[in-house]
Design a protein around this ligand. Structure first.
Ligand SMILES: CC(C)(COP(=O)(O)OP(=O)(O)OC[C@H]1O[C@@H](n2cnc3c(N)ncnc32)[C@H](O)[C@@H]1OP(=O)(O)O)[C@@H](O)C(=O)NCCC(=O)NCCS
Length: 280
């Protein structure tokens, strides 16, 4: 997405980043995940590392900071999954994430589409065994948002989930939410239709059904309920929501009014999963 336009006259230093993080509720010992645009903040003195160090300062020595270091995305010519190497494959979601992954104190999870990198006290625990167990049916492969994955841990640990100069359009956690929705529906689905429902799911190489929803609209709704805290880093808007609020409340909102959020094919899929005739 297009980031917010930064004001180059505004200077941002490490202490500003740390203070902004505290202002949206981040405390020592926290786990933080952030999506970012470096240019949106103004002039960041010291560049990408200043932002990383600011968050590390806010969480202190007992805390952990993470960023998405996704590699595979649509390119021309396409990237080949076989070329994925967690030690060398570059991160595409912004300069801060690539700088983060290259730091010697950073550890990266092993997943070609939805890897994260982390620094801090629980970095190894957060990133290890990505997709080793608890696989979940998912458009991006069944390991990406597995029960054994950093995304599940961000949820369980109730991480502070942040956005700097970008909105929920880039919210990778939304795929975790979508994957949980599919998992829950399949768990309850009559056994006779389960395989067919799985076969209908969208995959990276195949069109199909997936519970896409409007992420900025969901952000507005969560904000209306007071669950998103807003701040500033330089000229950029900082948004922060706790991972459990984001996941649990979003799921509840989607469950309450699926027809408002999901495409007709997804609604029909859900109806079959609930043992109803489509359109019933
Ligand atoms: C795409 C995206 C990263 C673009 O944001 P951006 O600010 O233009 O780009 P980056 O964060 O990579 O920062 C690089 C830019 O910062 C600027 N920059 C460099 N040093 C800087 C500094 N010290 N201070 C401020 N800006 C600086 C440069 O203009 C550079 O742009 P350039 O490559 O044109 O020279 C952003 O819009 C976005 O979507 N971020 C979230 C991505 C994400 O998490 N996706 C998840 C999966 S969907």
């Amino acid at each position: 997405m297009e980031p917010e336009k930064g004001d180059p006259k505004i200077k941002v230093r490490r202490a500003d980043v740390a203070q902004a993080a505290r202002d949206v509720g981040i405390v020592p010992g926290d786990t933080v995940m952030f999506h970012s645009s470096l240019s949106s903040m103004g002039t960041v003195v010291g560049g990408a590392n200043t932002v990383i160090d600011g968050f590390l300062e806010a969480v202190g020595p007992e805390g952990t900071v993470a960023v998405p270091t996704l590699w595979w995305h649509q390119t021309d010519p396409p990237l080949r999954m076989a070329d994925w190497d967690p030690d060398t494959s570059p991160s595409y979601p912004g300069l801060i994430t690539e700088t983060f992954r290259r730091r010697p104190d950073s550890v990266r999870s092993n997943n070609p589409t939805h890897s994260i990198s982390a620094i801090g006290a629980r970095a190894v625990e957060l990133t290890r065994d990505h997709g080793k167990a608890g696989l979940r049916v998912c458009i991006f492969g069944d390991r990406a948002f597995a029960r054994e994955s950093p995304w599940e841990r961000l949820y369980r640990w109730n991480a502070a989930y942040c956005f700097i100069g970008v909105d929920f359009t880039v919210n990778t956690m939304s795929h975790y939410i979508e994957t949980r929705i599919v998992e829950a529906a399949l768990r309850k689905a009559p056994r006779t239709v389960r395989d067919d429902l799985i076969a209908q799911i969208q995959r990276m190489d195949k069109a199909g059904v997936w519970p896409w929803y409007d992420r900025p609209a969901m952000c507005d709704l969560l904000a209306e309920r007071g669950l998103v805290r807003f701040g500033k880093i330089g000229s950029a808007t900082l948004r922060c929501i706790r991972a459990r609020d984001m996941v649990d409340k979003t799921r509840a909102i989607l469950r309450a009014r699926p027809e408002q959020w999901f495409r007709p094919d997804m609604l029909a899929w859900l109806a079959v999963a609930q043992g109803k005739e489509a359109g019933e």
